[in-house]
Write a protein that binds this ligand. Structure first.
Ligand code: F6P
Length: 357
């Protein structure tokens, strides 16, 4: 008999349900007796003891369902030791609820912030197994996170749609893609969608280089230019600022996001018509793509096996196409950024894509 808690934390993504289904299917095949406690809305559910008892039936028919049947929310790691408005000690409350329910293990599906909290709970003595979710693909210790490929599909679809209208109107288009700190999604969707200029946080841009790339395309007779811009794209000047200086500067920032600022600059310097499209949270929505369904199911299956064998304190990830277990202590607090010298960047440049650098 095992009692398993489960929660989904942070920004949602596709295949969260597929992953949970994988865990439960695998566990049910390994163990004869299983109780599942689903905590609602992320760590909040564990803090306040807000849970639902779930059975195998709850996980039936959800392989293709977007979102999360448990709901999600953000409990920032940096606020973990600050009492909430109600004065509650969050870490102690989570430990108490775990112990009161006599859980054998807590399965956490989360991204970067959630992995810091997961590791903290491990240090506090809880048995934890995690699964790497996020459309950003920025979780350390795994080659890929689930949700990423589905988001690449959606962002690519947005760029595909923009191509035809950009061509008709001879316009410059900016498609802003999610990813505040890393450019995995923008680079992959940008290449898949045939973007001409790709701007990502890891490769700070210079406005002059962007203008040169546009003018070069004009000279060659191209009717339009498409820029795939990560929401966290940074100019060289801003990348050189300290965190505090950057925060100060952004206080009076007059644009909704960096894409609108770049659009304004291009308009001023080229006299061309520029439009901005922001697919936004669409990138996290809808049914997972087939790759993510298989990937999340594989991760879930291995997580179930680990729990049945009482191997705790790991994130289940993928390396070199094999599913692996990675100690949580190795994962927590580290961001997987895109190396500007990576071969994919070199290949993109060989294709003539400008990074504005
Ligand atoms: O972490 C996933 C993500 O979608 C990022 O790409 C994005 O910057 C952020 O979450 C948006 O967060 P929220 O859903 O809180 O607006």
């Amino acid at each position: 008999m095992k009692r398993i808690g489960m929660l989904t934390s942070g920004g949602d993504c596709q295949a969260l349900n597929a992953a949970m289904r994988g865990v439960v299917k695998s566990l049910s095949n390994c163990l004869s007796d299983l109780e599942i406690y689903g905590f609602l809305d992320g760590f909040r559910g564990l803090i306040y003891g807000d849970y639902r008892m779930l059975s195998g039936r709850d996980f039936s028919g959800i392989l293709t369902k977007g979102g999360t049947i448990l709901g999600s929310s953000r409990t920032p790691f940096k606020t973990l030791d600050e009492p909430g408005d109600d004065g509650i000690n969050k870490v102690e409350a989570m430990k108490k609820n775990y112990r009161d329910l006599s859980l054998d293990c807590l399965v956490i599906l989360g991204g970067n912030g959630s992995h810091k909290t997961a590791n903290r709970l491990r240090e506090e003595g809880l048995n934890i197994v995690t699964l790497p979710k996020t459309i950003d693909n920025d979780l350390y210790g795994t080659d890929m996170t689930f949700g990423f490929q589905s988001a690449v599909d959606i962002a690519t679809g947005a760029i595909d749609c923009i191509h035809t209208t950009a061509d008709s109107h001879r316009r410059i288009f900016i498609v802003e893609i999610m990813g505040h700190k890393t450019g995995w999604l923008t680079l992959n969707a940008g290449m898949a969608g045939g973007a001409d200029i790709i701007l990502i946080p890891e490769i700070p841009y210079e406005m002059d280089k962007i203008i040169n790339a546009i003018e070069e395309r004009d000279r060659k007779g191209s009717k339009f230019t498409i820029l795939a811009v990560a929401e966290g794209a940074l100019s060289k000047d801003r990348a050189a600022l300290s965190k505090r200086e950057f925060k100060e500067l952004m206080k009076d920032y007059p644009y909704p996001s960096v894409s609108y600022e770049i659009a304004d600059e291009i308009r001023k310097r080229t006299d061309r018509e520029v439009r901005v499209t922001v697919p936004g949270h669409m990138q996290r929505g809808g049914s997972p793509c087939p790759y993510d369904r298989v990937f999340a199911s594989r991760l879930g299956a291995e997580a179930g096996k680990l729990i049945a064998e009482e191997e705790y304190g790991f994130m289940v990830g993928i390396r070199n196409r094999e599913i692996v277990k990675v100690p949580l202590a190795e994962v927590a607090g580290k961001l997987k950024t895109l190396d500007p010298g990576a071969s994919i960047v070199k290949e993109a440049k060989l294709l003539g894509i400008s990074f504005g650098d």
